[in-house]
Design a protein around this ligand. Structure first.
Ligand code: C5P
Length: 220
């Protein structure tokens, strides 16, 4: 049987990880959250004495960093052996991550790691540049979007459910900043691949989109 590769890209809060996880579970394939890797590097930088704008020093640090994504149900994320699963979701990390994600050296190292993960077998991977850079030969490329209001609301709910009380305006502001940086960077900006299918998830249920993606993979 063919080991399918599915790429899911899109802006923050479009539902990528929720949808990708559900598809992975239904198809019994691997799920790789590439954003978690960038977040782990951002967290490590924030916890270090390296100022986030020192590209070269951040780059040197990345070479010496080990990131492991667990593939079991818990999907824990480890950075240099430390469990950072919860910490990488902090708003401070969300605010810093796009800065380090724009550094070519950081991307080079993480893309290498992501391609290794894809070698494991059938996989669905989500991020910003999966269809354009990481897996340009993917069998199916989906670009998920939703209205900015809905994306901010979803992220606000997610944060609230994990005990973080931010205002909706604050969440929307952070998200706009992050998307702007991700879209405008020179290396691997957030853009749909030419052969990506663009799905607007505004007002749609997760189940509907998951079903649609499953149907698409069945046609491969
Ligand atoms: O997916 P998530 O929102 O957790 O990603 C966090 C950040 O990591 C993004 O805003 C982006 O700056 C960076 N990222 C990236 N390329 C990817 C995945 C994430 O630049 N493939």
């Amino acid at each position: 049987k063919k080991q399918i590769k599915v790429a899911i890209d899109g802006p923050a809060g479009a539902g990528k990880s929720t949808i990708a996880k559900a598809v992975a579970q239904r198809l019994g394939i691997f799920y790789v959250d590439t954003g978690a890797m960038y977040r782990a590097i951002a967290l490590k930088t924030l916890r270090s004495s390296i100022p986030i704008d020192r590209e070269e020093e951040v780059g040197q640090m990345v070479q010496k960093t080990e990131i492991v994504l667990e593939h079991s149900e818990a999907r824990r994320v480890f950075c240099d052996g430390k469990d950072v699963t919860v910490a990488i979701r902090n708003p401070e990390v969300s605010r810093a991550v796009s800065k380090i994600a724009a550094y070519p050296i950081v991307r080079e190292r993480l893309v290498q790691l992501q391609r290794q993960e894809a070698e494991r077998g059938a996989v669905i991977m989500d991020g910003r540049d999966i269809g354009t850079v990481v897996l340009p030969q993917a069998d199916l490329k989906i670009f998920l979007t939703a209205s900015p209001e809905e994306r901010a609301y979803r992220r606000w709910l997610e944060l609230r459910n994990s005990g973080k009380e931010l205002s909706l305006a604050e969440v929307q502001h952070d998200m706009e900043n992050r998307d702007k940086q991700d879209s405008e960077r020179e290396v691997a900006p957030l853009v749909p691949a030419e052969d990506a299918l663009i799905l607007d998830t505004t007002g749609l249920s997760i189940e509907k989109i998951v079903d649609q993606i499953i149907t698409l993979t069945a046609q491969l």
